[in-house]
Design a protein around this ligand. Structure first.
Ligand SMILES: Nc1ncnc2c1ncn2[C@@H]1O[C@H](COP(=O)(O)OP(=O)(O)OP(=O)(O)O)[C@@H](O)[C@H]1O
Ligand SMILES: *[C@@H]1O[C@H](CO)[C@@H](O)[C@H](O)[C@H]1NC(C)=O
Ligand SMILES: [Mg+2]
Length: 365
């Protein structure tokens, strides 16, 4: 124990080698043992003729050998592993997925890929990665958190190492807040003990009790170990609508000045966002210490979606249902959405949400 702590302290990256990363090998030994047992037990049970038995043993030995050599990868192919994919592959998968599937969010792609790649390739990370995704409804926050999860764990949100909490669903009653706090802390501790690279997604942060946010705080901080557990490899993703007005304001400003949406820079958003989220009394972030202690590494602004993006969403939805794309229906569905502000009608009220429900009307007869 003391040795392990010392190894962690001098930053030798010992934490990677210890724990779950070892599991496949232990598993490999167990499997090899099982195979040997099987070979011992097989002959009397089946009374095979000597020659084919000899061949079978040779074959089994050969396959056991190659199996053991490539075992961790093979093992992780069939059974999910913590710390499984190489960071370069994660970053490439993430970039590809965002480029192909996410519309109209140039800032999001840039920040998210940079943040995740940087974090995963930093063996000496001083704290877990904390991303805070902000923006108007239906602009892709849950969608992106799902894509991030899938880039790291193939099973995405269904992975045993990915945990999603929805404030209004999992923590609905203000009077049970102390119970929730204890529960949440023990879940985070328990899951990170099992897999250091656990991903926690907190949806509807703006409706989350401030007390609960404070309960998460210690895990996000710059500690080496908390009760013997290191949280430095974990990833926390927070989703909220807080700051959406501010983001829209900036985007609208650009539009009104005849500037391109794609020319909006991160710096146009980030300070404004952090200040507006912090000062908004209705958002759970208010008086929480996440922001003033700089525990959030990246604020990720989601821009409101325009008519053309809604059309792109409709197209994807039609294709995913396996229908031929009918341009007429595509336009009709996009036209049915409502747009704001009143005069210019540029941004979709609900982003790409409800697009699929509207499609039902045209297709499922
Ligand atoms: N920018 C986008 N590019 C492509 N598809 C999108 C985008 N935004 C939303 N969608 C589609 O719309 C669906 C709903 O979006 P999502 O649930 O991610 O919105 P949200 O930002 O979480 O909204 P809310 O704040 O209401 O929770 C997604 O599953 C996705 O199919
Ligand atoms: C991990 O988190 C889930 C909730 O997502 C919880 O049900 C489970 O008990 C946690 N596991 C441990 C070991 O704490
Ligand atoms: Mg959402």
């Amino acid at each position: 124990m003391a040795a392990a702590e010392a190894a962690l302290r001098d930053g030798s990256g010992g934490s990677e080698a210890a724990g779950p990363a070892m599991k496949p090998w232990r598993g490999a030994r167990r499997a090899a043992l099982g195979l040997a047992l099987l070979l011992l037990l097989a002959p009397p049970a089946r009374a095979v003729e000597p020659i084919s038995l000899g061949l079978a043993i040779a074959g089994a030995a050969a396959s056991a050998l190659t199996g053991i050599i490539s075992y961790p990868r093979l093992y992780c192919y069939f059974r999910e592993c913590c710390l499984q994919r190489h960071e370069q592959r994660v970053a490439a998968a993430l970039q590809e997925s965002l480029d192909r599937r996410l519309f109209g969010q140039h800032l999001v792609s840039k920040v998210v890929v940079r943040a995740v790649r940087g974090f995963l390739s930093n063996a000496q990370a001083k704290k877990p990665l904390a991303l805070s995704l902000h923006g108007w409804t239906g602009t892709g926050k849950n969608f992106v958190s799902k894509i991030i999860a899938e880039s790291i764990y193939k099973r995405g949100l269904k992975s045993n190492y990915v945990h999603q909490f929805v404030a209004t669903l999992h923590f609905p009653h203000a009077h049970s807040i102390n119970l929730y706090k204890d529960q949440l802390q023990s879940w985070i501790r328990g899951n990170v003990s099992i897999c250091p690279r656990s991903i926690f997604i907190f949806d509807e942060m703006d409706k989350m009790h401030a007390g609960l946010i404070d309960a998460i705080k210690p895990f996000l901080d710059y500690y080496e170990l908390l009760d013997g557990v290191s949280y430095r490899q974990a990833i926390f993703i927070f989703l909220s609508n807080a700051g959406a007005e501010k983001i829209t304001e900036v985007a609208l400003d650009f539009w009104r000045n005849g500037k391109e949406r794609e020319d909006i820079q991160l710096t146009d958003m980030q300070n404004a966002l952090s200040v507006s989220v912090f000062n908004n009394r209705n958002s759970g972030f208010w008086h929480s210490t996440l922001i003033d202690r700089n525990l959030i590494d990246y604020f990720v602004p989601f821009l409101p979606l325009e008519y053309k993006h809604v059309k792109m969403c409709v197209r994807v939805e039609i294709e995913s249902r396996g229908y031929a794309v009918d341009e007429d229906i595509l336009t009709r569905v996009a036209d049915e959405m409502t747009y704001f502000p009143r005069e210019e009608r540029i941004y979709s009220d609900k982003g790409c949400k409800t697009v699929d429900a509207k499609l039902d009307y045209y297709y499922d007869l």
